[in-house]
Design a protein around this ligand. Structure first.
Ligand SMILES: C[S@@+](CC[C@H](N)C(=O)[O-])C[C@H]1O[C@@H](n2cnc3c(N)ncnc32)[C@H](O)[C@@H]1O
Length: 338
């Protein structure tokens, strides 16, 4: 049976994300403080497989509320950003946060689909995105656009893309969490969330199957970049045990009235996730094939050398900001994909 058309996918994506924009940052625990900057610079460095440079002009695809753009601007990795998205609701939230953070003059928003960018050729040193490629119906057309607007020698990096096997493995902790959720709510003393499983919510879940178009193998993901003429294509995987832990906890939290969940739970969830992430990064990611991790990251370089001369290597400043402020209150969940 044929799936939904490209136009339907884009239309549903726009409506779904317009609605999601209002509480997106809270839902995903998005922070623009040092912990958020550390997450984002860490993912970009992992995607590139190299120390970070400073990029003068960067373009984000599917920027959402600004998780990547605003954190990269704050961390000094990007000097000027153009944040694009198909959802005006998401871009409005991004602009509001940019104004609050004093970044309004360093980021411009453009409402557009990734497959047709209303931007000039050879105009960016870096193109990046997080948790967006799996929403795009025509990835070959999108990568051709990325290549067109990237300067020669410019760099492309995407993170947070669901992997084919990782996505299937993540279903197990989600199912297990739903089974134990009533007992968990009793233990932490939280009530069942009003509206959980109501028809509107079920409809929103049904839409997820329309907006999430792909889960990738590393070869497939790299293939889009190669076919568009990129060089130095690199695909890596991240998050295995941290992903299972995170998905199980997020699923439990989604069933409860969050205000009634004790802060101690969030401390445990955050610290547990951080500890398991260290296990993933130090033990599993260097040893296991990218295909089995929950998230894939892809990076590549446009042929030529012009873009490279316009970037500077960063000193250690951004790397040193990678410490979680132990006094801060962790957010309910951590944004590691969608
Ligand atoms: C899962 S969200 C990720 C947002 C943000 N990158 C983050 O990590 O928080 C996916 C984003 O991609 C956008 N999107 C979906 N389809 C798109 C398309 N065809 N072109 C551009 N953006 C699209 C959505 O509106 C949404 O903001």
């Amino acid at each position: 049976m044929a799936g939904p058309s490209a136009d339907t996918i884009k239309d549903v994506n726009t409506r779904y994300h317009d609605v999601a924009a209002a509480d997106y940052d809270a839902k995903w625990g998005i922070s623009y403080e040092p912990d958020g900057q550390a997450q984002v610079t860490g993912k970009l460095r992992k995607a590139l497989g190299a120390p970070l440079a400073t990029y003068e002009r960067a373009l984000e695809i599917g920027a959402g509320t600004g998780y990547f753009s605003l954190n990269l601007l704050r961390a000094g990795v990007v000097e000027q950003a153009v944040a694009t998205d198909i959802s005006q609701g998401m871009l409005d939230a991004l602009s509001a946060s940019a104004a609050d953070l004093g970044l309004a003059d360093r980021v411009e928003t453009v409402r557009t689909e990734a497959e047709r960018l209303p931007l000039p050729d050879d105009s960016f040193d870096l193109i990046f995105g997080h948790a967006v490629l799996h929403h795009l119906p025509d990835l070959d057309a999108s990568f051709r656009e990325f290549r067109r607007v990237l300067k020669p020698g410019g760099v492309l990096a995407f993170a947070g893309e669901p992997s084919h096997y990782g996505d299937r493995l993540a279903a197990l902790p989600k199912r297990a969490a739903l089974t134990v959720a009533p007992a968990w709510r009793r233990v932490v003393g939280a009530g069942r969330r009003l509206g959980f499983d109501d028809p509107v919510e079920q409809q929103a879940h049904a839409l997820e199957h329309v907006v999430d178009v792909h889960a990738f193998t590393p070869n497939e993901l790299g293939g889009f970049a190669r076919r568009a003429g990129f060089e130095d294509v690199r695909v890596a995987g991240e998050e295995l045990v941290a992903g299972w832990f995170g998905w199980a906890n997020r699923t439990l939290e989604s069933t409860a009235e969050l205000k009634q969940v004790p802060n101690l739970w969030f401390q445990y969830a955050y610290r547990g996730y951080r500890a398991l992430k260290v296990v993933d990064e130090r033990v599993l990611e260097p040893r296991l094939p990218a295909a089995i991790f929950y998230n894939l990251l892809v990076s590549a370089r446009a042929p030529g050398s012009g873009g490279r001369s316009r970037t500077r290597r960063m000193n250690g400043a951004a790397l040193r900001s990678e410490t979680w402020e132990s006094g801060s209150t962790p957010s309910p969940s951590f944004h590691s994909g969608s």
